[in-house]
Design a protein around this ligand. Structure first.
Ligand code: AMP
Ligand code: MG
Length: 397
């Protein structure tokens, strides 16, 4: 089966999900509860924005044509008001930021650039038509699309909805994402594990990751490492819009997830990606649904979700895009790794976002190191070392 490089595997996920996704049905939600939802219809401007030409500075509105450097102040206009009358040659109207530009005026002289003497102002700066004016409709014309279908609603797009007076909005229903942890050693989190057992942390982390990506997590009971249990639970998981499995995809004798999926006539796009954590990683399609077989080690599960499954959840939510949240920061110490695979390792990013410190870990079972990290450094597969002070890529947590 297929082993892919990181970027090829990501492209494969984006391509396949975009090509074959079935968009959810839609519902109307109120503006105050639509954060994070995905628009199911374009939003149009109800009028021109700005509706009138508007000053973007405090200052004086004048006609730039033939402006001599001096003008007589004939009135004022502030935001929330209009100037009734026109500005003629040699005249100025005092204007505040956000106020409509009076008829006859086509430039604003900033208040900081004038000397005022009673009723007259003077400036030694050149005045050019259009200075400090946002013309009517320059942000968006009435009837034009201000938010496109597929936009994930964040604080700025919600401000846009508020601006155009949309109190209700049509969004896609959230996709249901089944979460199926596997393993004979896994017990529920309210149980006291025996020494050879561990609590199911992967269903907990995946639930939060799914919800953050815009899906509804549906946690299934843990599948035991035998065919019957795994088959029944996969069948249930494929009822959801997406199935996330954790564990059982390595090369061990009891890693049976892929074999069981074959019984569902699954199509596999890849089953290994050259990344750490998370080399064994299965992505496929069965019975009209996508599934991921994420490796069971907690760090691997978390990272492979962020790198691959998150994009699938976002696209299945109706989003147009799903960019990776990558930054750059400077290393506070040198970093070396063995090239050939791409690594995503726990790190600390300073408050100003400049400095990146690898925080170390005991391997991909180290939940504590994952919990303490506030970012992940990204070590490319084609490079062996980075010196102190060099820029390195960072994946946001
Ligand atoms: P596997 O991918 O099934 O070989 O699992 C690798 C290791 O990940 C196991 O030995 C467990 O220590 C750990 N693991 C697997 N599933 C979970 C889970 N649901 N929660 C926490 N740790 C897990
Ligand atoms: Mg296992």
């Amino acid at each position: 089966m297929a082993t892919l490089q990181f970027s090829d595997a990501r492209e494969c996920v984006l391509r396949e999900v975009q090509a074959r996704r079935v968009l959810p049905s839609t519902e109307q939600v109120r503006l105050d509860s639509c954060a994070g939802r995905v628009l199911a219809a374009n939003v149009l401007a109800d009028r021109d924005y700005p509706p009138l030409s508007r000053s973007v500075r405090d200052g004086f509105a004048v006609s730039a044509t033939g402006f001599s450097g001096k003008a007589r102040v004939i009135g004022e206009v502030r935001a929330g008001d209009r100037y009734h009358g026109a500005v003629g040659p040699g005249e100025a109207v005092e204007i505040m930021t956000g106020a409509p530009v009076p008829d006859g005026a086509d430039a604003i002289i900033m208040v900081e650039h004038v000397v005022r003497d009673g009723d007259s102002i003077g400036t030694d700066r050149p005045v050019v038509s259009g200075d400090f004016i946002n013309p009517q409709g320059c942000e968006s014309a009435r009837g034009s699309v201000v938010l496109s279908v597929g936009t994930r609603l964040d604080y700025a797009s919600i401000a846009m909805l508020a601006t155009v007076g949309q109190t209700e909005v049509s969004v896609y229903r959230k996709p249901r994402v089944a979460i199926l942890s596997t393993g004979d050693e896994i017990v529920e989190i309210n149980e006291t594990p025996l020494e050879h057992q561990i609590r199911n942390s992967n269903s907990a982390s995946l639930s939060v990751q799914v919800a953050r990506a815009g899906g509804i997590p549906e946690v299934l009971p843990v599948a035991r490492d035998e065919y019957g249990s795994t088959r029944d639970l996969i069948a249930r998981g494929l009822q959801a819009d997406l199935l996330l499995l954790s564990g059982g995809v390595s090369a061990g004798k009891y890693d049976i997830v892929e074999k069981v999926l074959e019984e569902f006539q699954a199509e596999f796009f890849f089953d290994r990606v050259l990344i750490q954590p998370g080399q064994p990683l299965v992505f496929g399609h069965a019975q009209g649904k996508f599934f991921f077989g994420l490796p069971g080690n907690p760090a691997s599960t978390m990272i492979t979700f962020e790198l691959f499954a998150r994009a699938a959840v976002e696209l299945l939510s109706g989003s147009l895009e799903s960019p990776l949240p990558l930054l750059h920061a400077r290393l506070t110490r040198e970093f070396r790794h063995k090239p050939g695979i791409m690594r995503f390792l726990p790190a600390h990013l300073s408050a100003d976002g400049e400095d990146l410190t690898p925080t170390g870990w005991q391997g991909s079972g180290d939940v504590g190191a994952m919990a303490r990290a506030n970012a992940f450094l990204v070590a490319e597969d084609n490079r062996e070392s980075w010196e102190t002070g060099e820029w390195m890529r960072v994946l946001s947590k």
